[in-house]
Design a protein around this ligand. Structure first.
Ligand SMILES: Cc1cc2nc3c(=O)[nH]c(=O)nc-3n(C[C@H](O)[C@H](O)[C@H](O)COP(=O)(O)OP(=O)(O)OC[C@H]3O[C@@H](n4cnc5c(N)ncnc54)[C@H](O)[C@@H]3O)c2cc1C
Length: 368
């Protein structure tokens, strides 16, 4: 069967494209290499309530509703700011989004690794994938690369891919028995000896449990990623007290692109969304909401292109104009701040000075 759209990857960005393109009446197939969508998925799982404007958030995914974020500076200064949202169980969350895409009419093919693109007379016209050891083909008018940080779809289409130097390595533990002050407050901690290049997060998943993780930039790191996390848990003057009786119940490490959006996110018959397009915030590392928003925009552009029987590069270009209008200034701001913050990781004193201008909970961050 021929499809209008083949979406590679069933993360939040891919499910968003699939749901909205299906709702617009397109024939959509999603190919996901994992056997179960979202399992495993290294993620702290903070999502803004804005997500519920685009997908209904299944109650079963919500681990904790949060209202504020508390920031601890290197010197121990504490600032609390409103930041409402949910901490979600990422595998359940991804599954729920996938289900909504399926309910809208998309076909979801799991355990199907895309291994290449079909090209006809220079135009991308579908994907090659492997399932149960067999190689098969699916024809489609457009291929959407929603295949995460080191997007193969981007590479196969001749588009720029994520600069491997511009990534944050993020180990994370799930912990029980954490003495949290208040489970509706997410906590972030800064310090060059704990998280060089980024920050530590303690995101509550219940009254006494949390996801505890951090990001580090390889170029700034002097130890292995997990050694930083263990050091934070054992030695941070404030946080370590909360972990005295805590136990690790799960552990995962993931990568976050912090180099900003790719310089081009479309090609003839191809669009890139989410992490595949570098749409993750270069300061906070958040990428779920931007992937969902970009996915919805991509779906709109693809349905116009299919209706006009023109899926050329020229036609699909509109997608980049649209996502830049919606996400461009936020992503650009964070990228500029990222450059400042990278230099400040020379010492805690420098970091302390720049923190209000480079961290999202401060008013100064948002000033032009
Ligand atoms: C430790 C950590 C904590 C994070 N915390 C947060 C947070 O709290 N809030 C937030 O908003 N963001 C967070 N992020 C970032 C967030 O996880 C990503 O931005 C988000 O997952 C991007 O969604 P996506 O759909 O673009 O890509 P992904 O979620 O990476 O999905 C890509 C999908 O494509 C599939 N795939 C890849 N290649 C192929 C192929 N060849 N064939 C078929 N399928 C393929 C993968 O299996 C995967 O399912 C965190 C990231 C990490 C690593």
């Amino acid at each position: 069967m021929k499809f209008d759209v083949a979406v590679v990857g069933a993360g939040p960005a891919g499910s968003s494209v699939a749901k909205f393109a299906s709702e617009a009446g397109l024939r959509v197939i999603v190919l996901e290499r994992k056997k179960e969508t979202g399992f495993p998925s290294p993620c702290a799982g903070y999502v803004s309530k804005l997500v519920s404007r685009h997908f209904s958030i299944d109650k079963a995914c919500i681990q904790q509703e949060v209202k504020n974020m508390r920031t601890y500076s290197p010197s121990g200064e504490v600032q609390t700011a409103g930041m409402e949202g949910f901490i979600v169980d990422r595998p359940l969350f991804d599954n729920a989004l996938g289900r909504q895409a399926k309910d809208a009419g998309a076909e979801i093919l799991k355990d199907a690794r895309v291994t290449g693109l079909i090209k006809k007379e220079g135009h991308v016209r579908g994907v090659v994938y492997k399932k149960n050891g067999e190689e098969k083909e699916i024809e489609s008018k457009v291929v959407v690369g929603a295949d995460g940080i080191f997007s193969r779809v981007a590479k196969w289409s001749g588009l720029q891919t994520q600069d491997r130097k511009e990534i944050a390595i993020c180990p994370q533990y799930e912990m029980a028995g954490v003495e949290l002050d208040d489970p509706t407050i997410t906590e972030t901690y800064f310090g060059v000896s704990y998280a060089p290049g980024a920050y530590v997060w303690v995101y509550p998943t219940g009254k006494n449990s949390a996801k505890v993780g951090l990001g580090i930039k390889k170029s700034l790191a002097r130890m292995k990623p997990k050694e930083y996390l263990n050091k934070f848990i054992a030695e941070h003057p404030t946080a370590s007290l909360k972990f005295k009786n805590a136990k690790i119940t799960g552990t995962l490490t993931g990568l976050v692109p912090v180099g900003g959006p790719l310089n081009k996110t479309y090609a003839d018959g191809v669009l890139l969304v989410g992490d595949a397009a570098g749409m993750t915030d270069a300061i906070s590392g958040a990428g779920i909401i931007s992937g969902i928003l970009a996915g919805k925009l991509a779906a709109g552009v693809v349905s116009e292109a299919v209706a006009e029987d023109d899926c050329s590069e020229e036609k699909l270009k509109k997608y980049e104009e649209l996502w830049k209008k919606v996400l461009g200034s936020r992503l650009r701001r964070s990228l500029e701040k990222r450059k400042i913050v990278d230099r400040a990781y020379s010492s805690d004193e420098e970091l302390e000075k720049v923190l209000p201008w480079t961290w999202i909970t401060f008013k100064e961050f948002w000033k032009d």
